[in-house]
Design a protein around this ligand. Structure first.
Ligand code: ADP
Length: 661
């Protein structure tokens, strides 16, 4: 029994002079509400009201109004296509459930007819608008698409048109609710609905008649329209704010992509953000959760505002920073003069006063949950700044970009460090090639010559044979030492060494080192060696083998660079800072002051590898530095210059609570 025809088409057919107009859903809602309010305002006596909703869900939004409207009249008819429980009934007003295929399901009608007043809204949804809505339900679930739905139709206060619209709708109601035929007949008779003169096509004069004051109606309509205007305005504002935010975020991310220099990127970010938010100061600096202080690195400043760049910011005792760490989000102080967090901290109050900070925002920069830095905004002028939600969102978005820049900065620094290490490695490699060229090839060719002569000349005198053999042996020993030192150093540098710290008596270690020296150089003429170890020296904590190794190397060097007539002194005394300082001093050839540091470089030899006079690999001091640093000590050299003797010092931690401590 579905009726496929459209009420609007039927109306236009009977009254061809009518020109349908375009309406957005928002306007129809405003018009309908204003028309219903006219009835609610009780200015009309028992009017006929017919409302046709496309779907039950639209009716539901208005159901409470209709309940109130039902108190104003017995002649109220509400039509809708049922979705869940809308059904024909006569409880408060007449409900008419039409078939979903009925032409009414595309239409929106509201007719109000009283003795002295008539108005109607007869509209059909534009097909394009429906199709669009059905195609994109998930993209347009909310209001925006819905309010943009378009309708075409008639809204008029012409009595003749309203009567015709009422007639067409009542005709349909009788089809669905034959039980209402009597009641409908009453309405027809009372208002003269269906009488031929009403729809002759040309409105009669009395058909405009309306002695009701329509001013309140217009007022209400304006209120509704203004409300939707306001909503639109708000939406527009949020769209422009969003667009501005996107532009800012874009400009900062472009800077990040374009520049490899993280400092430049952070400066751009501080500048853009500060300018955009009209802040007096915008700071960006590195900070980790456990840092006690931070140095202000990047700053945007407004003219006339004091700079804080280069200042050290207290973090550990800063309640705002602590709050950031605890909550994992930014903090915002509207007025430093009355905010408890600032007034209760003398340090913060002082900073706020010194740098005239009146409103203060600190936003953390996180990267994968790790704090990398802070973005700060200061407002120094009166009145205190009122923080807006949009601004805070914006700062948060920028902080995310800054996070990327800081990570880039870190990677950049790591890369630089890596490059330095690679350069050092490259230098070592070249040195190694030079030293292998000389240190290894020279003894190797000597060994080769000796062995070849021994092999090719069986009649060589025994004495000469002995010389050949011992030369070959001592040169192979030099080679072994070089290879050994090189391996030791590379193991120490790469951390592949096992440490066995123990409590040691320094005297015993010195004795061991000296005995090792004597067994090795029994035949050589050595300078005199004196040991002056303080008697009550506490035990030291170090790896015994490595400690003896350092002592042996320093004593060995002292012997090498001091003539036999000279003197070597080994001293040890306690330092104030819980360490023992050992000094190996000689009266030998000394070191020029500008070389005191580089003697610790790998392969450093004053004469250069190629003009070496004494034995050695140039690795001894580099190895010693690695060992001493391994137990947390320091090693350094002193000398007043050439032929003035040298002193090598190193420190070892003492064992807490040992004798003498
Ligand atoms: P080497 O095996 O050449 O001794 P080291 O690393 O032990 O290697 O020492 C590096 C260089 O430091 C030596 O070649 C020498 O020029 C200088 N040096 C080390 N100890 C002394 C010292 N006691 N007096 C003067 N110069 C020294």
């Amino acid at each position: 029994m579905s009726i496929l025809t459209s009420v609007l088409s039927d109306l236009l057919k009977s009254l061809p002079y009518l020109r349908p107009q375009l309406y957005f859903k928002a306007s129809l809602t405003a018009l309908s509400h204003a028309m219903e309010d006219q009835v609610l305002a009780a200015t009309l006596d028992q009017p006929l009201l017919i409302a046709s909703f496309q779907r039950e869900r639209f009716y539901r939004q208005e159901a409470h109004r209709y309940q109130r409207l039902s108190q104003r009249s017995d002649q109220i008819y509400v039509l809708s296509a049922p979705e869940t429980d809308f059904a024909n009934s006569s409880e408060y007003y007449e409900k008419v459930a039409f078939e979903p295929e009925d032409g009414l399901s595309q239409e929106w009608h509201l007719v109000v007819i009283a003795d002295n007043y008539a108005t109607c809204l007869v509209c059909r949804e534009s097909l394009g608008s429906i199709a669009k809505n059905q195609q994109l339900p998930e993209i347009s679930p909310g209001l925006d698409m819905d309010t943009a739905r378009r309708f075409e139709g008639i809204w008029t206060s012409e009595r003749g048109v309203s009567l015709k619209a009422a007639q067409l709708l009542l005709d349909r109601i009788v089809v669905y609710r034959p039980d209402l035929a009597g009641k409908i007949q009453e309405a027809r008779q009372r208002f003269g609905i269906g009488e031929p003169r009403s729809y002759s096509g040309i409105p009669a004069l009395n058909e405009y008649a309306c002695d009701i004051d329509t001013d309140p109606f217009v007022q209400r309509l304006v209120t509704y329209l203004q409300a939707s205007q306001y909503k639109l305005h708000k939406a527009y504002r949020s769209i422009t704010a969003q667009a501005r935010k996107e532009r800012l975020v874009n400009s900062i991310s472009t800077a990040i992509r374009r520049s490899l220099d993280p400092h430049e990127v952070l400066q751009v970010a501080a500048q853009e953000l500060g300018q955009h938010l009209g802040a007096c100061r915008c700071l960006i600096y590195r900070a980790q959760a456990t840092d006690a202080q931070a140095m202000i690195e990047h700053e945007f400043l407004n003219p006339g505002i004091v700079s804080v760049r280069g200042q050290t910011w207290e973090l550990e005792g800063n309640p705002l920073f602590r709050e950031i760490i605890q909550q994992g989000e930014g903090v915002c102080v509207a007025d430093t003069l009355i905010d408890y967090r600032v007034t209760s901290s003398p340090a913060l109050s002082l900073i706020a006063k010194k740098f005239a900070i009146r409103s203060w925002l600190m936003e953390p920069v996180f990267y994968q949950g790790r704090l990398l830095g802070i973005v700060e905004l200061h407002y120094c002028r009166l009145p205190p700044h009122e923080w807006q939600v949009g601004e805070l969102d914006l700062v948060e978005a920028i902080a995310t970009q800054v996070g990327a820049a800081l990570i880039q900065a870190e990677a950049f620094a790591n890369l630089e460090e890596l490059n330095k290490q690679l350069e050092a490695l490259d230098r070592t490699r070249s040195n190694l090639i030079a030293i292998t060229g000389h240190e290894l090839r020279t003894p190797l060719s000597t060994i080769q010559v000796c062995l070849e002569s021994l092999a090719s000349e069986p009649d060589m005198p025994l004495e000469l044979q002995q010389v050949m053999l011992s030369t070959a042996l001592s040169d192979s020993e030099r080679m072994r030492k070089l290879v050994q030192d090189f391996l030791t150093l590379s193991n120490l540098e790469s951390g592949r060494v096992e440490w066995h710290p123990e409590s040691l008596s320094l005297q015993e270690c010195v004795d061991l080192a000296l005995s090792r020296l004597r067994t090795r150089s029994a035949t050589e003429d050595l300078p005199q060696i004196k040991a002056q170890i303080a008697e009550n020296l506490p035990l030291v904590r170090a790896d015994g083998d490595w400690l003896v190794e350092v002592l042996a190397k320093l004593i060995d060097n002292a012997c090498k660079f001091t003539p036999p007539k000279g003197e070597i002194t080994i001293k040890a005394s306690r330092n104030l800072n819980q360490t023992v300082e050992v000094t190996v001093a000689d009266t030998g050839r000394g070191i020029e002051p500008h070389r005191l540091e580089i003697v610790f470089d790998r392969f450093y030899q004053e004469e250069g590898a190629l003009r070496r006079t004494t034995g050695g690999t140039g690795l001894g001091l580099a190895i010693s530095r690695q060992i001493v640093n391994g137990w947390g000590g320091k090693i350094w050299a002193d000398s007043t210059g050439k032929d003035q003797g040298s002193q090598f010092h190193f420190t070892i931690p003492i064992v807490q609570g040992s004798a003498g401590d």
